[in-house]
Design a protein around this ligand. Structure first.
Ligand code: GTP
Ligand code: MG
Length: 454
């Protein structure tokens, strides 16, 4: 149990309407009393007091809101005092320094959250959700992480743990009493239960991998023959002159990638080299990369120059696209709509959605609307359940599944001690997702990546 009192500025460094200085630990109330000249027994927990805040030489620093959270009903589970002051850099520093003067010490990065964990206020999944939610790059990611913050992953993990413990208890009773092997019906029952657990973990893993796009960003590839305006489109979407645009075919030689938000989603947009049959080795590599980009993409924006008739290289692209029509969202986008339309699509792909835009003149609203619609459907079509949000969680679930798989052989051959060993392993790994008590080093590492004051 940590007993010293820590403090930090909880709001970002800079100027804003308000800043918050937090103090957590046994001396928190004492410090608040000294800094406000108010009797420490007169603070009602969770009341917001508007008060003058004084430095150690009794000069008024600021007038602000002071709230006392009495242990254990606080974020850290300790006494906490929050000073909500005006959001200036110097003001916050003065309040912080005064708290330090009265006996608090500067908190290390993530120390508030670490205390919350150690005092049982949050488990690791909830603590991880706190950092991740701060770093989330899309609104969808926030919704997902808030489920984790509310303990949904914690509950899931503890249910699976309980089931494994049940299986273990079951088999150990038999080890203690049976002279021979496990009776066949019990063996089958244990086997089925483990299969079931293993299956739900695999599903969790699968849907997490499928849905990691929420955190990583959905991928959109812009492909097309040279000069149709792929780079112009990227620039239009980003509203920036990111990629080089010229009227020379083959301008983009390597892929260009950028992140952007469309609606509530994070997306990574990839501009590729033009697809054309060529003996030029650099261009051939460019084409291979375009194909790679299509393979990786969730949505393919196949771009055509609508003001020209269909060309051989357009047909090359159409041939490539046909391979993916059933597995990916493909949009046929006709660029240069500021000119007269000459292009007609062959029958074979005329069922795909077609959109007309002008990248050069930044008339791309219909495309953005369509992209948002697809992104919304990609997000809801994957089940709305909980997902694993960190590599650590994925790693532990994989190891749990591995341990369960390893237990099947000894279960069949009647080596029950070995069976117990593997089930214990599985229990340890699944438990680690929310409470890895044994790994204090890992804890330090994890919490030190938190931001200061968190
Ligand atoms: N009229 C018109 N011209 C456009 C439009 N979009 C792009 N262009 C022009 O088309 C030419 C090629 O544009 P880019 O964006 O470089 O084409 P690209 O597809 O990236 O070409 P590569 O990188 O060579 O494969 C440039 O001269 C653009 O100004 C448009 O909507 N209308
Ligand atoms: Mg280009």
């Amino acid at each position: 149990m940590e007993s010293d009192t820590i403090t930090a500025i909880a709001t970002p460094h800079g100027v804003g309407a308000i800043a918050i200085v937090r103090v957590s630990g046994q001396k928190a109330l004492d410090i608040a009393s000294k800094m406000t000249k108010r009797d420490k027994n007169s603070f009602t927990p969770r009341y917001a007091y508007l008060m003058n805040i004084y430095d150690s030489k009794n000069r008024v620093i600021d007038k602000g809101i002071v709230i006392y959270f009495k242990a254990p009903y606080s974020f850290t589970g300790e006494d906490i005092v929050e000073f909500q002051i005006h959001g200036g850099i110097a003001v916050s520093k003065l309040v912080l320094n005064t708290a330090l003067h009265y006996g608090a010490r500067l908190a290390r990065a993530g120390e508030f959250s670490k205390r919350a964990f150690l005092n049982g206020k949050v488990d690791l999944t909830e603590a991880e959700a706190i950092t991740s939610i701060i770093e989330a790059k899309s609104e969808e990611a926030v919704y997902q992480l808030s489920k984790q913050l509310n303990g949904e992953l914690k509950t899931l993990v503890s249910e699976i743990r309980d089931r494994l413990v049940h299986v273990l208890a079951h088999s150990e009773v038999v080890i203690d009493y049976a002279e021979e092997d496990l009776p066949e019906d019990i063996e089958r029952d244990i086997y089925n239960q483990l299969q079931d657990i293993s299956k739900s973990l695999s599903n969790l893993l699968e849907s997490s991998k499928r849905r990691n796009r929420i955190f990583e960003g959905f991928k959109i590839a812009i492909v097309g023959r040279p000069n149709v305006g792929k780079s112009s489109l990227l620039n239009a979407i980003l509203n920036d002159e990111r990629a080089i645009v010229t009227d020379i075919a083959g301008t983009t030689r390597d892929r260009v990638e950028e992140y952007i938000n469309i609606g509530t989603h994070l997306v990574k947009i990839v501009d590729t080299a033009g697809i054309r049959k060529s003996s030029d080795i650099v261009e051939q590599i460019g084409i291979d990369r375009s194909i790679e980009a299509i393979e990786e993409a969730d949505i393919v924006v196949a771009l055509f120059d609508g003001s020209e008739e269909l060309q051989k290289d357009d047909l090359t692209l159409i041939e490539i696209l046909k391979r993916y029509t059933s597995s990916k969202d493909i949009l046929l986008v006709l660029n240069k709509r500021d000119r007269d339309r000459k292009l007609l699509f062959p029958e074979t792909i005329s069922h795909l959605p077609t959109i007309q835009i002008s990248s050069k003149f930044r008339e791309i609203a219909p495309l953005l609307e369509k992209l948002e619609e697809i992104l919304n459907s990609l997000n809801t079509s994957s089940d709305g359940g909980i997902v694993l949000s960190s590599i650590r969680q994925v790693d532990e679930v994989e190891k749990t599944i591995e341990a369960i798989q390893s237990a099947f052989e000894p279960l069949k051959s009647g080596e029950l001690e070995l069976f117990s060993f593997y089930i214990n392993e599985a229990i340890n790994h699944i438990t680690s997702i929310s409470r890895p008590y044994q790994y204090s080093e890992m804890l330090d590492k994890m919490f030190s990546s938190f931001c200061l004051g968190k």
